[in-house]
Design a protein around this ligand. Sequence first.
Ligand code: CA
Ligand code: CA
Length: 353
Amino acid sequence: MAAVKKVLVAVAVAAFAAFIGHRFLKLKEMSLASRELTVKSLNCHYIKNIECGAEDITITKDGLAFLSTGLKYPFMPSFCDGPGKMYVLDLLHPKPTPVALHITGKLDLASFNPHGISVYETDDSVYLFVVNHPHHNSQVEIFHFVEEDTLVHLKTVIHPLLHSVNDIVAVGAQSFYATNDHSFPSEALHALGLLLGLAWCDVVFYSPEEVAVAASGFLSSNGINASPDKRYIYVSDIMDHDIDVFERHEGQQLKYIKSVGVGSLCDNIEVDHVTGDVWLGCHPNGMKLLKYDPEDPPGSEVIRIQNIQSDAPALSREYADDGRVIMASTVAAPFRGRLLIGSVFHRALSCTY
Ligand SMILES: [Ca+2]
Ligand SMILES: [Ca+2]
């Protein structure tokens, strides 16, 4: 009997080890660890004064680009001490120069750690929504942008469902959808979830009246944005190499429509106001990003999706760099033939396409 037990235990241990080994291989595959990319250049220059990353960039209909800079994020390098800052860059100015925004109100600036951003425009106002991680927590700050360089802090949103927020898309002056990039706030539990392949991340809808999970089943939901008419919501499931398309329904639930494979680890999503084209800042090789070796730096990749609603969306690779020009791109924001590319911790580019 004892011998049978021993055999059963040995079989169980071997099966478990095989399973974990298989999952590690799968994780390596998910992170595109062996991918090398061919450089594809554009006419670009570095944006002045942006030296601490610009994890997210978004542009208003009138060409005002907002940049969130200086992110400190677990397991990611940071070349700058001190808190993060927000910048604005007027693309209609003959010589656009980024201006650091003054923040007024009750926000604690010493722990300001801005991540994903989104603007909401009305006829006479621009509201800026910023994911903030003070002391590695998650909260959303809502600001009113006041010409030309001031953000008036209106509100901090904290909610248990908003536990690991990566990005947001504002759909009203006080309402938004937000992605959680972790299934649990704990790094260890989230890593275990990823290892086991559990798609437990979600998208949360927030308004002062209602907070609810609007969509779930993501391995890690990262960038989020909306079609120009705000009817469709796009979510990057970064570890699944997909952009998921959802339609907004009553109660602000999101109905899954389809997924578009992108073959890269795409981070934030920007949408051209005029054409509706979807622009993605992506990580071509997640393992290089995680390891961060300056001798073999993480690269950058920009992918555009045209006609995403159609049966045959057109994918094009607009920019690719091996990390010698820009490392770890997270966002590509288009405006009338100009493209701003931001990164987790490196610099930011202004290009023409
Ligand atoms: Ca964003
Ligand atoms: Ca992001």
